[in-house]
Design a protein around this ligand. Structure first.
Ligand code: AMP
Ligand code: MG
Length: 370
């Protein structure tokens, strides 16, 4: 799987015909039925819920006219295959994945890669540039260091942290023909912050290619939608309060993707203190500031990468978002939190978030579009 741990809960729940993008972990309630019809339309929602996708829950929906159910089923099968393929190629939990082979390879040896893995590596490098290194898929040695620290219940020494930071960087990877060559043995990749989004986009394209009126791909609460639901209406995204169970906002989404990174949702614990699974590559320490980041973008790969990046950058990172990418950040903790959003995200939500935490200064953030 691409994520740290199998997550039996999902960030997304289905309530009626709404997609719930949870800022906190909530239980998935699948209320859709395969072949169910909307009351006022002749559209049918064909649903597939494959298990074992990237270590989390998965719901795939194709909305089609009555006569096209088998085409929709084919599209959903293709989507599932695309997701499994992305996992098989890019997961660091799978020994035979292309990323694991690169990580084990010695300097100077070229490892041939599929176009998919090459595309995600190239995108990862671009996101690293765009975030000045806050998003950095080469920080795998640091991820390993903190995972071991959690297992041994012992904080890493400063020297270990500095060594792990220096062990791997983009300068240590060369793209050669259709492969990747390391220039140092110690260089390692981890595409966990972006590959899920790429997989969602691939799955979305597979369902769309089947000729559907509407598509929804949901992998562990990260979603991409297009077209209409089986009532012929826009998909509805509901955002939950990260510190409670209430829904604080919902909005209609004609097309696009919404991904959430919760920096304390997956963590290691050392001496009773929780450390996020997201690392600030610039310091080598796990991030502390943002328990929840929700990002909207046209494509899931972008929403996924920016959600991870903003977990590192915090609210200051909102000013760096490219055009078409919008975000909502909850920083702090339940006793003292602040909420920050880009102006367009605020208008998408319709109302500025009021959460159940003890809310401090709330800062509407104007994105620098220049
Ligand atoms: P997400 O859940 O999408 O925020 O991705 C978190 C995953 O991204 C982690 O489990 C790591 O595999 C990877 N990761 C952690 N920190 C970073 C970072 N600073 N840049 C890129 N990937 C990261
Ligand atoms: Mg991500």
């Amino acid at each position: 799987m691409l994520n740290d741990e199998s997550n039996p809960n999902s960030k997304t729940a289905w309530v009626g015909r709404a997609v719930v993008v949870a800022l906190a972990v909530v239980t998935l309630i699948a209320l859709w039925k395969t072949g169910g019809t909307g009351p006022e339309s002749s559209l049918v929602a064909v649903v597939r819920t494959p298990v074992g996708i990237m270590g989390t829950t998965c719901t795939l929906v194709a909305v089609v006219p009555q006569g096209r159910v088998s085409a929709a089923q084919q599209g959903l099968e293709d989507a599932e295959r695309a997701l499994r393929q992305v996992d098989a190629l890019m997961s660091t939990y799978i020994d035979g994945s292309e990323v694991s082979i690169v990580n084990r390879s010695e300097a100077g040896v070229t490892v041939s890669l599929s176009p998919s893995t090459l595309a995600v590596v190239a995108a990862g490098r671009e996101f690293s540039r765009a975030t000045a290194g806050a998003f950095d898929p080469t920080c795998r040695p640091l991820l390993d260091l903190w995972r071991r620290a959690g297992m041994n219940n012992q904080m890493p020494h400063d020297e270990e942290r500095i060594l792990a930071r220096e062990a791997s960087s983009w300068a240590d990877f060369e793209v050669v023909n259709d492969g990747l060559r390391k220039t140092r043995d110690s260089a390692r990749l981890d595409l966990g912050g972006v590959a899920k989004g790429y997989g969602i986009d691939r799955a979305f394209a597979a369902v769309e290619a089947a000729g559907c009126e509407g598509v929804l791909v949901d992998v562990g609460g990260d979603v991409r939608v297009g077209g209409v639901d089986d009532r012929g209406e826009k998909w509805k995204v509901v955002v939950r309060d990260p510190f409670g169970t209430s829904v604080f906002s919902s909005f209609e989404l004609g097309s696009g993707s919404v991904c959430t990174s919760g920096s304390y949702e997956r963590f290691v614990e050392i001496d009773g203190v929780r450390f996020s699974h997201i690392i600030d590559p610039r310091t080598g320490f796990p991030v502390r500031q943002s328990p929840s980041v929700t990002v909207f973008a046209d494509e899931a790969m972008s929403a996924d990468a920016w959600a991870t990046a903003l977990s590192v950058l915090g609210p200051e990172g909102l000013a760096d978002l490219p055009s078409g990418v919008e975000a909502l950040i909850v920083a702090g903790d339940a006793s003292n939190c602040t909420v920050h959003a880009t102006a367009a995200m605020e208008s998408l939500l319709g109302v500025f978030p009021r959460l159940s935490c003890n809310q401090g200064v709330t800062t509407p953030f104007l994105k620098d579009e220049g």
